[in-house]
Design a protein around this ligand. Sequence first.
Ligand code: FNR
Length: 185
Amino acid sequence: MNEPLKILGIPGSLRLASYNRAALAAAQGLGMESVTLEIFDLEGLPLFNQDKENQPAPKVTEFKRKIREADAILFSTPEYNYSIPGVLKNAIDCASRPYGDSAWRGKPVAVMGASIGSFGTARAQYHLRQCFIFLDMLPINHPEVMIGDAGHAFDQEGNLVHATSLALIRELMENLVRWTRQLKK
Ligand code: FNR
């Protein structure tokens, strides 16, 4: 029996019917043995203000605690204007400060994304990966899960019905779990 692993799933969208939250729900639905995936909603995180970084809002403190308690992180990002949404970048900034107290450092991380465009968040995902360098996170590279034409990949209830995308999410989760266990040795 493997040691239980906790993964924190972070959707980069506040939208109630978000495809990216639905993609994380699909990952949850895989029911992988010894793995729990919690989805953290970014609603309510304040805009980062460096003047106040030493008096973090309760939501920021909770967010950093959840990141620290997690063995690995799984982002699911939309693409806004060929990049990551401000909501997600703000969240990354909030949890990275104050300097020397970043919650991200050394965390294994995987990325996926869903958009209504045909490139399926490719450009946003590469921008997100750039942040991992300064944050000193430990990303896995494969598979790239880029769910395009999301309006057809999910049904009306938000279930991921695109079989190839679901298979890729399973592979991504398996690789993230393997990578996380490898780093713990
Ligand atoms: C978008 N959308 C979008 N789609 C895309 O493929 N490439 C892009 O550059 C953009 N840009 C963009 C900017 C802004 C401000 C919005 C609001 C939307 C469309 C986007 O893919 C769509 O809204 C998704 O549904 C967003 O993901 P969630 O909220 O469903 O998770």
